[in-house]
Design a protein around this ligand. Sequence first.
Ligand SMILES: Cc1ncc(COP(=O)(O)O)c(C=O)c1O
Length: 370
Amino acid sequence: MKINDFKLERYFARHEFTAKYLFSSSDCDGYAMKYLLDCASKEELALWENIKLGYTESEGNPILREAILEYYKIKTIENVVVASPGELNFISMNVLLTSKDHAISVSPCYQSLSEVVKSIKCELSFWEAKPEKWELDTAELEKLIKPNTKLIILNFPHNPTGNYLTRKQLDEVVNLAKKHDLYIFSDEMYHKLIIEDIEELPPIADIYEKGISLWGTSKTFGLAGLRTGWLVSSDTDFLKKVVAFKDYLSICNSAPSEILTIIALNHIDKFLLPNLKKIRKNIGLFTAFAARHPIISSFTPPKAGSTAFVKLNIETSALEFSDRLVEETGIMTVPAEMFEHQGKYIRVGFGRNNFPEVLDKLDGYLNAME
Ligand SMILES: Cc1ncc(COP(=O)(O)O)c(C=O)c1O
């Protein structure tokens, strides 16, 4: 199997640990170990102190799977498989698709959602969101369905645009999937990061029997370092195949990360609420900033999630802009090219504490340019 580079990750690899300021991260600041352990009850601390550092169950620790199910209507642990989020995406596409199938993904999209599909030589169509509000039309989605379509790939809250479907739209997508007997893989990595006053969508696994929900600790919780994600689905045959595929990759999860994830799940508000507060504050700051700078030609604040895709009024490409910015100021931004998008956009991430400081530096740079 051949797979193209994951451009976004390669771009991060170049700059993430050398650039002075990160302006495009999709995750919130990572919480400290002490903060997490201070949240733990006596029983949870006992779990932590008594971890055995051997192999763990491939499907995931049963106590962890019970803790995950608190967030779903589905109530048996056979409906949950734990692994790292990117790994679960990779395995799911490989289990679901062959070169004879056709899949449809929302676009723009987080590259691994489309690239893994392409690596299987599966035909892929994009359900395009319309700039600048990133609206999606379910009638257009229906037009993309072919006799060999097997899968619809969703990602709401959406990275990078911060778009979110209405409940009515999600139901329309589910009805289309039912009508054509399609799977829905719903990447819900930013689940519960609801920014505007809108209805929170249910996980797809709770409303559709061929729905597969992906969530994890990286974004909502600010715990990307745990590398914990999970799939929830009614389709236990699919999940068994995921576990069998995982034998060729990580085999099982990190025992300490599993216990730390249990603690985080049992105390979600300690993680989620500060993240939401920070994201909302930073969006407010950026809204005022965007209004002051003609170089920012369009900013649609995220309805949900932690990022926005911001249009720039520039002569160069977004990639050239980002390369020059990081070289001259130490501010790293992710250009549209990392999402296979040709427009002049950069992703802005709102989940970092030093956002005001970075905005200040960017202010000086743009003032000199404008
Ligand atoms: C939409 C989406 N899905 C999946 C992932 C993968 O999560 P992780 O990096 O924790 O494996 C990310 C990470 O950026 C993401 O944005």
